[in-house]
Design a protein around this ligand. Structure first.
Ligand code: 4NP
Length: 156
């Protein structure tokens, strides 16, 4: 089983969007039995809450399920429970580094690092920008490329 954890700040906008979109790509590729997907936030403000209404609107428009998803905070066991920890921006990367303080372990990268010539390396936070459509475009493209990368590198 390949285990993928998406991480953002609040776990209500970007990383739940990525989790739902990536799970949908995994389902379409019939890889549900081989890839496990989750998301978490570096912050704790929204623990237990469903995705932000802006993220829910986008997912409903795209007919992508977010059923049962609830925000949680990153915890120490995640380091050994995931093969890929995929951050949305450089601040998440810094926070993860400070939190885990480990070198050996999962692949820890920003989502847009999997895209060739990305428009942005950081996924802008729609909690502040209000632009959930643009976030969706970046996250959707990033997730597609991440799945291609995992299929190529994990012999699945
Ligand atoms: P996210 O967006 O990291 O994409 O989930 C945010 C959501 C909430 C907050 C910050 C970012 N907040 O400060 O409450």
């Amino acid at each position: 089983m390949i285990r993928v954890l998406f991480v953002c700040l609040g776990n209500i906008c970007r990383s739940p969007m990525a989790e739902a979109i990536f799970r949908n790509y995994v389902r379409e590729a019939q890889l549900e039995g081989k890839i496990k997907v989750d998301s978490a936030g570096t912050g704790s403000w929204h623990v237990g809450k469903p995705p932000h209404h802006g993220t829910r609107d986008i997912l409903e428009r795209e007919q992508i399920s977010y059923e049962g998803m609830k925000a949680r905070q990153v915890h120490k066991e995640d380091w050994n429970s995931f093969d890929y920890i995929i951050a949305m921006d450089a601040q998440n990367m810094d926070d993860l580094k400070d939190f885990f303080q480990q070198e050996e372990g999962p692949v820890v990268k920003r989502l847009m690092e999997f895209v060739v010539d990305p428009a942005e390396l950081d996924v802008p936070d729609p909690y502040y920008t209000g632009n959930f459509n643009y976030t969706y475009e970046l996250v959707s493209n990033g997730c597609k490329n991440l799945l291609t990368y995992i299929k190529e590198h994990e012999s699945i």
